[in-house]
Design a protein around this ligand. Structure first.
Ligand code: PGA
Length: 258
């Protein structure tokens, strides 16, 4: 028996790890392998902007969706260097990462920016993957839940969620991203249960999809996927290499309960 009795999400954030050719090569390798992937998997890859369109075309006929790593909230105009949600939608995107900690911490995006992006994504017909998570200092100071609640509230309070649109939140503790420091599954589960409650209070009539992210590797992926409040994982480093991503896919599909 598989660990899953429903669909689960394997999302691959390629960040700025791959150039144009490398992205297309990895997309092609995944397209060739896709027929072997379990039907329970909802897979999406998030290539860099340069390769987004080509990678999306390569994956067009297989069951792997694509998403943007970042986009601007205005549709069109004088915004040098930006790409809009609308443009990504037209180029075939299904998802957009919003509030990723690298955007928050390296590019100073705040909760207000995140909110604008969530709204723009919904208007453009994209599903935002809303990323939240506390820093090491905030966790050490006992503020982890408070920080995550504030981030979620800013993103979702009084929002009109389109009927039928998935509401995806990725809990990614900042100290676990790209560091090899895994969040203990028990801590991840505790936070995800809180996140589920907060979402329920903020947005009625939605069943949230909750992802965990932060140093997910082939050997630990199932520890998260078996948790009651986790529907999938958002993977960075280990998703940008064919072998480790394939291992994640295979491990997650074949692990047996008890
Ligand atoms: P990581 O990144 O798997 O490399 O820690 C996760 C993320 O940033 O989404």
């Amino acid at each position: 028996m598989s660990i899953h009795n429903k669909q689960y999400y394997l999302f691959a954030n390629w960040k700025m790890y791959l150039d144009y050719d490398e992205s297309n090569n990895l997309a092609s390798a995944l397209a060739n392998k896709a027929k072997d992937f379990s039907e329970e998997i909802k897979m999406a890859i998030f290539p860099g902007a340069l390769a987004f369109h080509a990678a999306t075309q390569i994956l067009h006929n297989v069951n792997i969706k694509t998403g943007a790593q970042n986009a601007h909230w205005v549709d069109r105009g004088g915004y040098t260097g930006e790409i809009s949600m609308e443009m990504y939608k037209r180029a075939g995107a299904a998802y957009i990462l919003v509030g990723h900690s690298e955007r928050r911490h390296l590019f100073y995006e705040d909760n207000h920016d995140v909110r604008q992006k969530v709204e723009a994504a919904l208007n453009a017909g994209l599903t935002p993957v809303i990323c939240v998570g506390e820093t090491e200092r905030e966790r050490a100071g006992g503020q982890a839940e408070e920080v995550v609640e504030i981030q979620l509230r800013a993103a979702l309070e009084d929002i009109k969620w389109p009927a039928g649109r998935e509401l995806i939140v990725a809990y990614e503790p900042v100290w676990a991203i790209g560091t090899g420091n895994n969040c203990e599954p028990i801590d991840a589960e505790k936070m995800q249960a809180r996140i589920a409650d907060w979402i329920k209070a903020l947005v009625s009539d939605t069943i949230p999809v909750l992802l965990y992210g932060g140093s997910v590797r082939p050997d630990v992926v199932t520890k998260y996927l078996i948790l009651p409040h986790i529907n999938g994982v958002l993977v960075g480093g280990a998703s940008a290499k064919f072998d480790s991503w394939l291992e994640i896919v295979q491990n997650s599909a074949t692990t047996v309960t008890q």
